[in-house]
Design a binder for this molecule. Sequence first.
Ligand SMILES: Cc1cc2nc3c(=O)[nH]c(=O)nc-3n(C[C@H](O)[C@H](O)[C@H](O)COP(=O)(O)OP(=O)(O)OC[C@H]3O[C@@H](n4cnc5c(N)ncnc54)[C@H](O)[C@@H]3O)c2cc1C
Length: 554
Amino acid sequence: MSDEADVIVVGAGLAGLVATYELTRAGRRVVVVDQENRANLGGQAFWSLGGLFLVDSPEQRRNGIKDSYALALQDWMGSAGFDRDDEDHWARQWAEAYVRFAATRKRQYLHDLGLRFTPLVGWAERGGGVADGHGNSVPRFHLTWGTGPEVVRVFAEPVLDAERRGLVRFAFRHQVDELIVENDAAVGVRGTVLEPSDLDRGKASSRVAVDSFELRAKAVIVTSGGIGHNHDLIRANWPVGRLGPCPETMIAGVPAHVDGRMLAISEQAGATLVNRDRMWHYTEGLHNWDPIWPDHAIRIIPGPSSMWFDATGKRLPAPNFPGFDTNTSMKAILSTGHDYSWFVLNQTILNREFVLSGSEQNPDVTGKDIRKVLASRGGKGAPAPIEAFKNHGVDFVVARTVDELVAGMNKIARGPELDASLIERQIVARDREVANGFSKDLQLMAIANARRSLGDRLVRTTKPHRLLDPEHGPLIAVRLNILTRKTLGGIQTNLDSQALHADGTPFAGLYAAGEVAGFGGGGVHGYNALEGTFLGGCIFSGLTAGRALARTLS
Ligand SMILES: Cc1cc2nc3c(=O)[nH]c(=O)nc-3n(C[C@H](O)[C@H](O)[C@H](O)COP(=O)(O)OP(=O)(O)OC[C@H]3O[C@@H](n4cnc5c(N)ncnc54)[C@H](O)[C@@H]3O)c2cc1C
């Protein structure tokens, strides 16, 4: 390939791969620039669980779930809560387009590339308890057979094939520091060539410069990801008024390359950034006992049965049940003046209800090994990676009695001393409610509702039982930390994924897709996500950018 490419793509994560795939399908020549080495191809998506939001899919129908575009749009808009005229102008339109994509072309597009799903549909982010408010009314979380690496593979393979055919050139260890703008149009990038790195995927690499570079093309697509590993940027943009004080202790759910630098670089070049205060961090973070990147955190995707206590030992009020309403739970936790909380459960709940978000934490599904899936999820005990966290993780306490459990919790608490009798009283009260089919305990009512979903009943939600029943022991407490992950705002784009100037006019030659563009439009999720929507947002916005440019450049 000659030096002059048609398009420069900044970032070889999922959004960059999808855009490149679409451009090369149309015969366009692309240079993909990434600050990391080739081992990191696919970026965050490789580490992901590969959960994808689909609407009215064959998998849902086979699970007896009735879904529709209208219901999904109601859920999306209720979750997003768009309330800003300018900043949400394109985000609203992206939301409608994206939900339509999820209800129509998305599954077939991925299926044609060879992607398949596991048969049971998960019910993530069940919401705040109001029909037109936040949350999924029905299960929509489709787990990719092969998890994140498979999502990456189906786009990486055709892109690597295009590299062999000379349509794609990768510039790894090239860090972009500046967008070149001439005559109001983006025409290239300048940056630093970093020293070679042979580190494994996910490891934090050096930023030692060995050279500088400049590349020019007819257009630039920025697909550089969010700010999840840049805790300074997160602190600077934390919405104190909405979520409470920024947590003092945060652990990182994303690799170090998710540094957010390209946002300021794009803004300096004249792109408009919006919704910087909207983020999606999780309340169920564990310190990884076997870390890959600095401060490596793993999120528990919990089933609904653990009891959830704040740092002072009080049960969190409804709708703060595990896996229901991320931001409302964040606010409830931070309102105590502390930045952590506790799950209290037993071995039976651990066995069935804990899923760890991360491809490497689910080797059975990631390896597409049906026998291992049946052995690890259908047998006695928790899957091995979960047992490993229980045995080695600094956030776990295991005990036979409540007194012993709370003594262990007090050893690792970062705040007030917990009173064992207060905790025990609340558990006993909850356990009394299990004795019959009726209950006034909203969490138990939610569990009964969850078990009406096939996926939940079979693999995600235990039959209600007394937490203190020794047959289901031992008792387990888990200290839950704030885990940083997703950026919901970013570069504002129109429906072609084209960046915009401050006056709303399209920025010639500059496009943005994936997390850096708030997964489309500068914030397709608004304030809240329905889960499984991020990979799909990268796919939809990357596809849109690639196709728009393929058209424009023809
Ligand atoms: C553990 C985990 C589990 C997840 N699970 C799910 C899930 O189940 N479902 C879901 O929908 N989402 C999930 N996500 C979120 C999803 O994976 C990410 O939001 C998505 O992959 C982001 O893709 P991206 O292409 O926008 O950015 P990234 O993957 O961050 O890629 C950006 C690339 O740009 C490069 N870059 C950045 N700045 C520069 C620069 N200045 N110069 C050169 N290169 C640069 C980076 O090195 C990186 O390679 C998960 C994420 C993680 C980490």
